[in-house]
Design a protein around this ligand. Structure first.
Ligand SMILES: Nc1ncnc2c1ncn2[C@@H]1O[C@H](COP(=O)(O)OP(=O)(O)OP(=O)(O)O)[C@@H](O)[C@H]1O
Ligand SMILES: [Mg+2]
Length: 443
């Protein structure tokens, strides 16, 4: 390709001459990314589900660097999805880097952002060479299925740190809906609107584009089609399309339920091997997560049934669930995602569910390092005394067994605290718990 042509493309995506649209700022990811970039000498990979906002976060990081004093010519952003790039190989990477140096003359080690890098053949070779020679700070992002793929035999093993981007947290969702909350007073004043937005959050999920658009279901169905055809069927060369679709629908309709491969096998009439393999793919593309049972014995942990959660409540509703009937399970899914987001910021956190031989269950055991930090039960309606007592009994049993003194029940709108034989169980509405977890208010 001609030098000037390449420069024109680069100039379109960089802020050398003019500012570009970088969307609404997602500070929690930028803080984390900043920490990774400045606190390590590794290549940073940005991964996560399709359409979660990876490219936007990269562009926001580029802007933040220049706002913090990095000269514009020391930042390079390349989007390999630009159709004007012709052959996508390491030769092009070398050419791009040469053009950038010639036209922009960087004065310090540059920050190079490579978006949709999986499009470039053997990109890891060039990236690890640049990294070895300390010629640039490199941040790459791309379709997750490829970046993490096993067959890459990855040259980057042990040389990269990963940042996961998820659809919007509830606080980000409020911000995207133009609701600013800074103090507890704001929360009290706006509680009705906040609760209204929580219902929407549970119904349509929180992909950034879906949140900002009116055509929510249409966009979600498009995301799903792309995910199915491009990320799953094509990438993993799957021929059993019908089985894959059936399994996805089954999982999305069963968020929060205990699932074994053998029961799924019977129900869907698909072999357990296929289910096992497909479930791995669905995890690779971040559509589902499998939650393991808490046990001090690894073997027991592995052979117990898993609980399945989905990346987005909107996808569940447009493909599987019926919102009004399954709102309790959706609430549980929302809690799970909020805990997963915490894990992104603090990788020492581990999540499990708990169950004993008498089939008492606790939805979430949150471990931080060696300590069990919290036990959480999601119980949408506490009005029925029988349900309430069952949930309390399960929690008490788990608290005793795991030697934890405090636990939490998350509900639609009940609030309170019960003390039982030295144990304290707090009850808190979901909206309030989300804002607390995300550091907006303190309980
Ligand atoms: N911070 C943001 N502010 C406003 N809109 C956003 C933001 N982040 C994402 N979006 C919207 O969501 C869409 C998808 O975002 P983006 O392209 O960053 O996702 P991605 O994770 O890179 O997706 P892909 O996997 O397809 O590359 C954008 O086109 C935009 O409409
Ligand atoms: Mg992208």
């Amino acid at each position: 390709m001609d030098k000037n042509e390449i420069f024109d493309i680069l100039d379109n995506w960089n802020e050398w001459a003019s500012q570009k649209d970088i969307g609404l700022i997602r500070n929690s990811y930028l803080d984390r990314l900043k920490g990774l970039i400045h606190g390590s000498n590794q290549v940073i990979t940005i991964t996560g589900p399709r359409r979660a906002g990876k490219s936007y976060i990269m562009r926001q990081m580029g802007r933040l660097l220049s706002e913090n004093g990095v000269k514009k010519e020391n930042v390079l952003f390349v989007n390999f999805e630009d159709p004007r790039f012709l052959s996508l190989d390491t030769k092009l990477l070398i050419q791009i880097y040469d053009v950038y140096r010639e036209f922009m003359s960087p004065t310090e080690t540059p920050y190079i952002f490579l978006d949709e890098v999986q499009e470039v053949e053997e990109w890891e070779k060039w990236v690890s060479m640049m990294h070895e020679l300390k010629k640039a700070k490199i941040i790459v992002s791309g379709s997750n299925a490829h970046l993490l793929s096993r067959e890459l035999g990855t040259l980057l093993t042990g040389r990269h740190l990963d940042l996961n981007i998820f659809p919007l947290s509830f606080t980000e969702y409020l911000m995207f809906n133009k609701m600013e909350i800074k103090t507890s007073l704001d929360v009290n004043r706006k509680r009705t609107e906040i609760k209204g937005l929580l219902r929407k959050y549970m119904e349509y999920g929180s992909f950034p584009e879906v949140t900002l658009s009116k055509k929510k279901t249409e966009i979600l169905l498009n995301y799903f089609n792309d995910l199915l055809t491009k990320d799953l069927l094509k990438r993993f060369r799957i021929r059993k399309t019908k089985d894959m679709k059936a399994l996805i629908k089954f999982y999305l309709s069963n968020a929060g339920n205990l699932i074994t491969f053998s029961s799924t096998e019977k129900y869907l009439n698909i072999s357990a091997d296929t289910i096992d393999k497909f479930s791995g793919y669905l995890e690779d593309v971040y559509l589902i997560f499998q939650l393991k049972r808490f046990s001090y014995k690894v073997k027991e942990q592995e052979k117990s049934p898993r609980k399945i959660y989905a990346i987005d409540a909107g996808l569940c509703n447009s493909l599987g669930f019926r919102f009004s009937e399954d709102i309790g399970h959706l609430a549980e899914n929302i809690v799970y995602l909020a805990l997963k987001r915490k894990q992104i910021l603090n990788p020492k956190i581990e999540l499990f569910y708990w169950k004993d031989v008498q089939h008492r269950e606790v939805d979430f055991v949150v471990k931080d390092g060696l300590d069990i930090k919290n036990l959480i039960q999601v119980c949408w309606s506490m009005r029925d005394e029988k349900t309430k007592n069952r949930e309390l009994r399960s929690l008490q049993k788990a608290m005793k067994e795991l030697k934890v003194e405090n636990a939490l029940i998350i509900t639609e709108d009940t609030e309170g605290e019960e003390k039982l034989n030295g144990f304290t169980v707090k009850t808190v509405p979901l909206w309030k718990w989300l804002l607390t977890e995300e550091g907006v208010i303190y309980l």
